[in-house]
Design a protein around this ligand. Structure first.
Ligand SMILES: [Zn+2]
Length: 194
């Protein structure tokens, strides 16, 4: 596990729950740049079926950079409304997301939460008693994978969304690569020994 020198790692008691950390845009739903209207929610093919297959006992957590707040395009309340609408849609399919975390800051704010920083993962681990050693992160950007690597979780890059080649790409290596969320959950089900 490597850590940026700027990141303060909170001292945590080790939680009991394994988690799956999911990026939102480009993994669960189509990435429509700075989207904020719940009417624009469009599930990526297979993502609902994938989330229905998450093994019992895993806590599912969404972690999302929402710099549209810092850029003045929308406010934090709008993000919460959007996430609540998405949460309702998922619950109607029997899918329960335990936490919706987002970073409202911009690239120049040097906050501890904007991915590739791992702050949202540590915050969720603290809030939800998560055992990071047994947890996974699934994302479509190299910044997702970098955050997961810093937090010591097993990382899976999916080829939906940006497929790891966004602007300002960081040099990282995921533990696994999958075509989409469905394939990623298959890897979780098979376990770390694959
Ligand atoms: Zn932040």
């Amino acid at each position: 596990m490597s850590l940026d020198s700027t990141i303060e790692v909170p001292l945590m008691t080790r939680g009991n729950n394994p988690a799956i950390f999911l990026d939102r845009d480009g993994v669960i739903i189509a990435d429509k740049h700075f989207q904020i209207n719940p009417d624009d929610i469009e599930f990526i093919f297979g993502s609902l079926d994938a989330l229905k297959r998450v093994p019992l006992g895993y806590v599912i957590v969404s972690i999302s950079n929402q710099s549209g707040v810092a850029r003045g395009l929308f406010c934090e309340r709008d993000v919460i409304v959007f996430n609540d609408a998405l949460d309702s849609r998922l619950r109607s399919f029997g899918i329960n997301i335990a936490g919706w975390y987002f970073c409202p800051h911009g690239p120049d704010d040097n906050c501890p939460c904007r991915k590739p920083a791992p702050g949202m993962i540590f915050q969720a681990a603290d809030d939800l008693s998560i055992d990071l050693d047994r947890s996974w992160l699934i994302g479509d950007k190299s910044s997702d994978i970098s955050a997961g690597n810093k937090a010591g979780v097993t990382t899976i890059l999916v080829r939906t969304g940006y497929a790891g080649i966004e602007e300002e790409k960081v040099d990282v290596r995921p533990d696994f690569v999958a075509d989409n969320l469905y394939g990623a959950i298959e890897i979780v089900i098979r376990g770390k020994q694959t």
